[in-house]
Design a protein around this ligand. Sequence first.
Ligand SMILES: [Zn+2]
Length: 441
Amino acid sequence: MDYHSLYHTMADGTVKQINPFTGVEVWTVSERGNRAANGEPDGPPPEPLERMSPEGYCSFCESRLLETAPEKSRVVRRGDCYVTLHHVMPEQQSQEAAEFRRVANLFEIVSINYWRQNYNYKLSPQNIQWKDQYLSSPLGIRHVMGIIDQKLKLSGKSDEEIAAVSPDVKLTLADAFFGGGHEIIIARPHYRSDAQTTADLFSTGDMTDEQHAEYYHFIIDALVDIISSNRYVRYISVFKNWLRPAGASLNHLHTQIVAIDEWGSSIDRQVKMLVADKNVFNTYGPNFAGLHNLVFAENDFALAFVGIGHRYPTVEIFSKSINARPYEHQPQEIRGVSDLVRACHAAIGGSVSVNEEWYYTPIDCIFKMPWHINLKLRMNVPAGFEGGTSIFINPLSPVDLRDRLVPRLYQLRGEGRINPSIRIAEECIVVPNPLQYYRTC
Ligand SMILES: [Zn+2]
């Protein structure tokens, strides 16, 4: 394995990297590292926060539930337990606080019409029943019609044009809320409980391990539900855009789920590599990272290392499980992955804009690819040099990023803010081939 050609430091300190899975070429130029942005978003300076209870700062906040589409399901807390409720009617939604809510995205990337027109997709009998039930409530129909009108308005229609759309057409448009494939999972808080200013947003690292694991279980349940109601789905993209530089339209913590009828070129390429070499994710993942001392955190179920050849500084967290898809993982395995992802978010810090992206074996793929999650720190903006050369300048070298996160992880663990079972830096047990996905039993 010629690892040197993928990752080496030149005499002047320039770090050259090629991502083994994407072929993307990246340099970290030593003189420019010092002028790297700190990852904090541009925009107006923070202002003193006027607290609201319940929160109503944006359309995802809990006092503004009817500004999102009808709620597919929610997680509530009862004592020490989390309970999932499905299809809560609008009249009942304020009776109990929702820790997490699952709703359709009003502006779908892959719309219900895509599925309808290309595959003759129809709502499942269960989703038709739910739609009928929701619309049978006076508040339900008012809510749905109001959201459709708002959606038409935001897409550029005038009030007269909206008034001319028949109720039947509007109700057909509403199918997207009940059986579409682009959803959002919204966490409850907008700001941290100790927030003083508008900069003190509630971010992933502010959750407890239990909350975050529940969040992951809820996302995974949504994947299973989408697959069961749309048989044309071949992959479901899961991602979180945190803060505007990462593409978020609202600074309120949420994850998006988009069902697609392809694997996408990135997964296609990774599967081709997997067919050629079953162990490729160990070879270019933790084995490679371990040889370069880039594995920086681990527990019994997952490990985290700094990836090479990414356009943005990137942490990669891999499940070690023999099970390939998130919904095939055992609860303790999901918890292990969840704890490590949350710890990395906490170490990165909530003021840094981040994309969280999931990768896993597609629904109709027979080759097992391990579940892994990339956290991309949106600290830099690719510009003309990148466009002209396809060489990307990443402001932090893999070692820079590792050395930035490790002290923070020690500090967080010392303060009891991440799971104490997480091993950090030299405590990691770096054995060859730690990912077990290649095994059949
Ligand atoms: Zn909000």
